[in-house]
Each structure stands twice: as C-alpha cells, then as structure tokens.
Design a protein around this ligand. Structure first.
Ligand code: DGJ
Length: 748
C-alpha cells in the first residue's frame, strides 16, 4: 500500500473517532519539536497542539493547548507574568508545567519536599532535554540543591493524547521527604467560561456525571482510600463556552493512571487562569527518598477535542483500546460470559455449577465464571478469605471435573479471587496476624468482616503471587475475576521505621501492579477483570494490566443505562461488563422483560448473571436469539465509536446510544423508553458517524421501526432524516443494526 493510500485510510479512521488530521503532515515519532530561538517545545499530533517554553526564569511555562495550529505559526517565547501585587508574586501568577513549592508559590505545587535541615524551599529550573521519537524528557533541578526531576511527555500520534509523568531523584547526600508529588499540571487558555465534568458515586451507585461552572477557588477530586474508589473517578473534562453540547465545542480532558489514593485539583487562580494538577494524594502521604533513589509518579494523560464531550470520550476509548489495554492495539472482543454470583452467591458446588453451565452453554455463552464461595471455609462473608485451597465439601474432586465439563460444553472457565483480603476467621490470619494493615496496639476495623493485607510487604506479595501461580498452573483457567471489597483503614506498616510507613500508598500499588504484570507474563492466555465491589477500581493504571472491569454491582437494567452512560465518558464499552440478571432486580425491586435486560447489557460487553434454573423456555429462546444478535454487532459495540444520542441522565424518559464500526460499515442503535406519557410517540432518532455516501440496510434486533422506514438508505438519510422507533409503554427497548450494502435494492 502506498503511503498516501495509508494516510487516506488513517484519515477516515481518525475522522470516525473525531480526530482532525490537518494535512496529516506529521509521522509518528516526529510529533515533538523544539524551537531553539524561542525556546518553545511543541507537540503536534492527532489534531492537537501542545506547547510550552523555557521562560526568562528558566522555568517551564505553558504556552498553548488546543486545536492544532499550522506548523508555520510560531509561538512567541514564554515570558514570566509580572507580579500582580505584593500578594501575588510572579511565581504564582506565571503558569508552570511542573512547579516546586517554594519562592512564594500560592497555587497548587506539583512537588513539595522537606530536606533534613529544615529547608522546604524548592525552585525547579530547566537543565536539559532530549527528544526521542514520541517522547520528550526534560530535566529540572532545584536552584541550589541536587534534587532533580525528570518530566516526561509521551504523545500518542493518533489521538494527540499526551501522557505526562515525573521521576524525582535525590542526588544529595541526605534523605529527602517528599510530601506531595503530582504527575503534571495542565494549564488551560485563560478564561472564565469553563465548566467541569467529573464522576461521582458509591457502592451500587457509581458513574454519576457531575457538571459545574469553574469559579475562583479549587475543586478537589480525590480518593484517600488506598485505591481508586467508587466515590470519585480519576477523570475530568473541561468544556468552554456557555452552551457546549455533546458533539461540538472545545473540551480538555484527562485521566490519571493510578489505582491508589489519588488527587486531581482543578483551580481557577486569582488571575482567572485554570490549572489542573494530579498525582499521588498528599493526604497522609510522605515518601522518604534516600540518596541516589528515585520516585516515579503515575502518568496523567491529557487530551483535547473540538467535538464536544462526545468527541473527547471517543478519543479516550480509542486510546484505551489501542494504547492502554494489555492486548492493545487489537484487544480480543470480550466473550459472552456467565457469572454465578447473583444465582448462587456463596452456595457454589460442583452439581449446581455444572447445571448452570449446561444452561449457559445452550444460549451461546462463551465463558463460564464461578464467583465467590469455592475456597477455604467460605460459607458466607465471615470466613475463608486468604485460604486459597479448594473447599472439599463443595468440590470433593477439586475443580478439574467441573472445568472439564465447562470445556466440553464449548466454553472456557473463569474463577473469582480476592487476593488482597483476609477474614480474621481464616488459617492465614491465625498464622500471620501481622500481615494486615494495623497500628500497633490499636483496633483493626473490619468491613464486610475482612481486613486488608499489606501488599507493600514483600512476604505478602510473594504469598499472593504464589497462590495465584499455584491455581493457574494446576487448572485450565482462562480468566480471573480479581475482586477487592473494601477500602483501607488504620494503614499502619509496623514492620518498617515510622518515617517510612507512609510509603505504603506507593509500594502497595507497585506490588499490585508487579503481581499482575508477572502473572500476565507467565500466563499470557489468562484474562483478568478488575472488580472492586463493582466499579471501585477502574482507572487507566489498572486497565494497563487487566482486560475488562465490572462497573457496578447494581445490575438493575434501567439504573444500568445511567451507570453505563456515566462510565462511557471516561472508559470504553469494550471493557464494560454488563450482565443480564433476574427480574425483579434486587436493587429496586423493578420488573423488566428479559429482552429489555438484554438490550441494556448489549451496549457493553455482554454477560449473563441470572439464575438460569428459573428461566422459562420462552426466556431461553429470547436469550439465545439476542446473544446471537449481539455476536453480530459486538465488534462495533466494543471497539467502535460511541455516540450518546440521547442521555438517560436528569430523569430523561428516553435514551439512545449508537455505535459505529471504525470502518463505518456498520452502525447499531439501542433505544430505551422509561414510560410513555400522554400517548406521545418516541422522539425521532438521528444517527451520527455513518458514511454519508454509503448505503445501509436496517435490520431489527428487537422492536420495530415506523412502517414507512426504507429498508436501505444512505448514511446521509439515516443521519439527516432519522428513524422513528415504534415504542410505547413502560420499560420498553429496541435495537437496530445498519449494515453497509453495495446496492440499493431493498429485496437483497
Ligand atoms: C463483589 C463483586 O462486585 C460481586 O460481583 C461479587 O463478585 C461479590 N463481590 C462476591 O463476594
């Protein structure tokens, strides 16, 4: 293929996810430039330009971040802003790529340290830089002491998303205590018409999209819990203008790749400049950096879209699939799974699981996952965590006969584990009470009757790796559901010196990542799901080491519409597991049809978690039909471009999502009605993202379109004229696929 041809195809692909490619001049690896005369660094990729310079104080000062500007346009040299008043020094008024706390800085610093002699002043100046392919590394150093910081920028050529991180190195002769360390500060063009979107939640109620105007002061998004948390997710999007909408307008967004305590601050300073700083949460944090040692921060990814928050999500989805996931750039589609949790809870045993597996296989399930309850003395949540041997009462012959049966039914097998936890009623805890977080002599607070193992300890790390290694080496397991059902309390680490204990916030996560990395290397065929009582550990850090996530324990199909909508702002449907469970749902005692439940789940990575022993033949028939239909659109749903045509948020009676295949050869819409009122028909649905010139044949997956709907019409027809869905009643759902055809004869 010629290079020009490749570029044309690339342009089509990137246009499909909302990426502008002006001229497509830059090649991967050639996106970063330094202008010696103005001392401005410039990153141009994916329709985005990011620029900053070395100013007259030798500090790194942001210059521009937004839509790509022509290569011919030169940015002026960065010059420090003047002192605004005796209360606001130049250091504070001048935006900084990575500011040390010192010299009268009053905005959020990126780095704050204490030296043993009491000095806490840190002023970082440019020393040198290197550009290697898609990575820029800049070395900064304190004006007086040998405290060095390397800041890294890695650019993704396709999306223009830049990953930023820092490595702090102590080249002094004494230890230095790091009190705050961010990955990066992002600065937006000066303005007062910004609004911030972020995600909040709780157990079984995750992924609520919040929106608020950015006003003077600071908004803090964070987790102090030791892990990512359900309550805030490390993602933000900032829109500009009075009325930004889903598909148009400037949006800056970012996501932090860290699964421990984290913080993102969004700050409008006294000169109305907006800065976003993110990294380790400084709360209860300190890290003693010995001479010669380094501390590396997480990566804070940032991007820009001129296609509204919809465009921003598509960029992130594409980036996650192509660059973050362990199977990137071409992750395998998620198989249709069955999970036993809601059907049997802890009461798992061989005949019971085999009976469910037979029924699951009959409807087209591809992976059978046995959840909690199979190990130790695990009869309920009071005992057994930590004792990872097969419970002989439940599985007298071990797991093998059941796994063999699952294989003979044509499915692969997955197993639930919760490696970082222990019940006090367990052999492990009786043997190693010192392995959990604790402050000597103080109570140990249980949640769900369990305590958190201190994974920062290397003996605990080895125990966890070894038991997983043992399970995987002795059983044919294709998948681990890795759960994590509480947050930290009393995070003491008495085995190390008091001034080293708070390093637990870093070392725990490093060991977690290390175990996952090592397991993946040893068992490359094993896929892993990140679950934390639902969506409590979803972030770009864990996604680099796992293949999918469980967004919520709330499986009510109507609540799921909103949960999935919120999730999709930051994360791709390609990792979003969604099970069809029983009706009425446990969360709201709400009854829905099996078709409604399937269509809700088919917008993500489909699973079934219902008690199949209770299903009627009609329900089996519907399930079989819809699973088969799902397999025909799953590549588009999981790896395509998502358009949130009508959001279920804010009490909307209707919601519609559309996914379009990357090559635009297929589109699929899912439409939901909460309850029709006053006899009004369903609002017309206008598709997006199709190829205007291609013809598409529409086929019903479930439900009907208005009788006068053409069978085949152009992309422009479906997008401009739209389609009328015939739908009335309560909790109704419909889905349609649009497949490109080469002729327009409707009978074909
Ligand atoms: C919480 C998970 O989110 C559920 O899906 C289930 O695996 C339970 N834990 C099991 O204890």
């Amino acid at each position: 293929m010629t290079r020009i041809h490749t570029r044309v195809i690339q342009a089509a692909l990137f246009a499909s996810i909302g990426i502008c490619t002006p001229g497509l001049v830059a090649q991967a690896g050639n996106d970063i430039h330094f202008d010696e005369s103005s001392k401005v660094f410039r990153i141009d990729a994916g329709g985005v330009t990011y620029a900053f310079g070395i100013n007259d104080l030798d500090e790194l000062q942001p210059v521009y971040w937004g839509g790509q500007v022509s290569g011919g346009d030169k940015f002026a040299a960065a010059t420090k802003k003047p002192e605004a008043a005796s209360f606001d020094s130049s250091v504070t008024t001048t935006p900084n790529e990575y500011a040390g706390w010192g010299a009268g800085l009053f905005v959020e610093p990126a780095l704050k340290v204490s030296f043993p002699d009491g000095n806490r002043d840190l002023v970082l100046h440019y020393v040198s830089h290197t550009i290697k392919g898609d990575e820029l590394t800049i070395t900064l150093k304190d004006v007086e002491r040998d405290l060095f910081v390397e800041i890294h920028y890695v650019v993704d050529h396709e999306t223009g998303i830049v990953g930023r991180s820092a490595v702090i190195e102590n080249r002094t002769k004494t230890p230095v205590t790091i009190e705050e360390a961010a990955a990066a500060t992002w600065s937006l063009p000066r303005g007062t018409d910004y609004s911030l979107r972020y995600l909040t939640g709780r157990w079984a109620g995750e992924w609520n999209l919040q929106k608020q105007a950015i006003r003077p002061g600071e908004t803090v998004l964070e987790s102090k819990r030791g892990s990512t948390g359900h309550q805030n997710n490390p993602w933000f999007a900032i829109e500009r203008g009075e009325h930004p909408d889903e598909e148009s307008g400037d949006v800056w967004f970012g996501a932090l790749a860290w699964s421990g305590s984290w913080r993102i601050t969004v700050e409008q300073d006294q000169l109305q400049q907006v800065r976003v700083t993110g990294g380790f949460n400084p709360f209860d944090f300190s890290y003693k950096l010995l001479p010669g040692k380094q501390l590396e921060t997480p990566v804070f990814y940032g991007g820009y879209s001129r296609h509204g928050v919809g465009g921003a999500s598509r960029l992130l989805h594409h980036f996650e699939l192509a660059k973050i996931l362990p199977q990137a750039p071409k992750p395998k589609p998620r198989p249709v799974i069955y999970n036993s949790w809601e059907a049997t809870e802890f009461a798992v045993n061989e005949p019971g699981q085999v009976a469910l597996a037979e029924k699951a296989a009959s409807i087209g399930v591809e992976r059978f996952v046995m959840d909690d309850g199979w190990f130790g003395q695990r009869k309920d949540d009071h005992a057994g965590l930590g004792d990872w041997y097969v419970n002989k009462e439940k599985f007298p012959n071990g797991l093998k006969p059941m796994i063999d049966k699952v294989h003979s039914l044509g499915m692969d097998f997955g197993l639930w584990v919760e490696p970082e936890m222990v019940n006090p009623d367990s052999d492990l805890y009786r043997k190693h009470p010192d392995w959990v977080f604790n402050f000597t002599g103080r109570p140990r607070s249980e949640q769900r009757n369990q305590l958190v193992l201190n994974l920062a300890r290397n003996d605990v790390r080895d125990y966890v790796f070894n038991f997983l290694d043992e399970i995987l080496s002795h059983n044919q397991i294709a998948f681990l559901k890795w759960d994590y059902n509480r947050n930290w309390s009393e995070p003491g680490w008495p085995a190390v010196a008091p001034d080293e204990q708070k390093a637990v916030y870093v070392e725990y996560v490093h060991n977690l990542y290390g175990i996952l990395r090592e397991l993946r290397a040893k068992y490359p065929q094993v896929e892993i799901e990140s679950c934390s009582g639902g969506g409590g550990r979803v972030d770009l850090g864990i996604l680099g080491l796992t293949d999918e996530v469980w967004p919520s324990d709330n499986t009510d199909p109507f609540d799921r519409l909103r949960i999935q909508d919120g999730f999709s702002y930051a994360y791709t449907p390609g990792v979003m597991m969604a099970w069809v469970t029983d009706s009425p749902s446990w969360a709201n005692i709400r009854s829905t049809t099996v078709a409604y439940r399937f269509l809700s789940s088919m917008q993500g990575s489909l699973g079934v978690g219902a008690n199949l022993n209770k299903w009627t033949p009609a329900e089996f028939a519907t399930a079989k039909e819809l699973i088969s239909a799902y397999k025909g659109v799953r590549e588009t749903v999981q790896h395509g471009s998502l358009y949130r045509l009508v959001s279920p948020r804010d009490g909307s009676e209707v919601s519609v999502t559309e996914s379009v295949a990357i090559d635009k050869k297929q589109g699929v819409i899912f439409a939901f009605l909460h309850s029709s009122q006053m006899g009004y028909p369903f609002p017309r649905v206008f598709l997006r993202g199709l190829d205007a010139k291609l013809n598409y044949r529409v086929t019903s997956i479930a439900g009907a379109l208005a009788k006068d709907t053409p069978v085949v019409a152009s992309g422009s027809y479906w997008m401009s004229h739209g389609v009328d869905v015939e739908m009335r009643g309560d909790f109704q759902a419909a889905a349609f696929r649009f497949d490109s055809v080469t002729d327009t004869n409707p009978s074909h």
